[in-house]
Every structure is written in structure tokens, then in C-alpha cells.
Design a protein around this ligand. Structure first.
Ligand SMILES: [Zn+2]
Ligand SMILES: [Zn+2]
Length: 159
């Protein structure tokens, strides 16, 4: 994608302008907040956005699905894009262009993906800390058993 090029927003009459998020260039519309991201930059950009809202997200944060949209032409090459269920869910559908390896989404789609990303992080962290507690209590149980054996051993020797 050439740097000076002005890319048209496909959701309003605005243009997409380059902004830097997480040290990566993304193209955003000031008018409606739609965003164009290189496919490989999507996760790092979402990671940063998700961190900003992490404190407001919990295990049960509700995510309101956004219906699958029709197609739009790629802002860069004009070929029709297709939409895909993000993170293999049917909650939100960004567009992608196979030729340019770009992902394009409206502000509502980007917001929902960020929320989904943050909730997945939260659930993962909750799972990990739950497992750590399980393992720690398993350790405590194990050492209790071991201590009993040792005590029994001493008692037998003393008997
Ligand atoms: Zn726009
Ligand atoms: Zn394209």
C-alpha cells in the first residue's frame, strides 16, 4: 500500500488517514471511525486496545452480536471484500481482502472485536489462576499426606 495515497472510507464520504497504534500503521476514518489494518497487525492492535478497557471487562461481559454485513470494495484495491466470523464466533464480522491481506471494519465492529479480545484474555487469565490455585491446593494435600506417612513411620520406629 503506498503511503501518500488517500484511501476512501467505504462507510461514509470520508477518507482513511494513517495513524500509528502499537507502532503499526493503521488507516482510520475521522468521520465514522472505520479502520483498515494489515492482517498481521490486527492482533497487536487489538491487544493494545483491549488493554485499555481491561479493567472494565469481566468473565460475563455481554457481547452484543453485530449481524454479518454485506460486502464492500477494498479501500485499497477496489476488489470486493468478504466478511468472516472473528475468532470463529458469529458475534462480529470484519471484512478482509485476500489480495491485499487487509482487514477492514466499521467502528462498531472494531469495538466489539476489542471487547471480545479483552473478555477472552480475562477468561484465559481466570482459567490460569484457577488452575494455579488447584495445583497449589493439590500440593498442600500432597504434603499433608506425606507428613502423615512420615509421622506414621516415626511412630512405628518409636513403637
Ligand atoms: Zn468513514
Ligand atoms: Zn484489496
Amino acid at each position: 500500500m503506498s503511503e501518500e495515497e488517500q484511501l476512501p472510507c467505504r462507510l461514509c464520504n470520508g477518507t482513511l488517514e494513517e495513524v500509528v497504534v502499537a507502532k503499526r500503521s493503521i488507516w482510520m476514518c475521522r468521520g465514522c471511525g472505520s479502520a483498515l489494518v494489515e492482517r498481521t497487525d490486527l492482533i497487536p492492535v487489538l491487544e493494545v486496545a483491549a488493554r485499555e478497557i481491561a479493567s472494565q471487562v469481566s468473565y460475563d461481559t455481554e457481547i452484543i452480536p453485530i449481524p454479518q454485513p454485506g460486502t464492500v470494495p477494498c479501500p485499497d484495491c477496489d476488489k470486493m471484500m468478504d466478511s468472516f466470523g472473528y475468532m470463529e464466533t458469529n458475534l462480529v464480522y470484519p471484512w478482509r481482502c485476500y489480495s491485499c491481506a487487509l482487514v477492514y471494519m466499521g467502528a462498531d465492529v472494531m469495538g466489539t472485536m476489542t471487547l471480545l479480545f479483552a473478555r477472552t484474555n480475562f477468561r484465559h487469565d481466570a482459567f490460569v489462576s484457577h488452575m494455579q490455585e488447584e495445583l497449589a491446593s493439590m500440593d498442600r494435600r500432597m504434603s499433608a499426606v506425606l507428613m502423615n506417612r512420615i509421622r506414621e513411620g516415626w511412630m512405628m520406629m518409636g513403637a
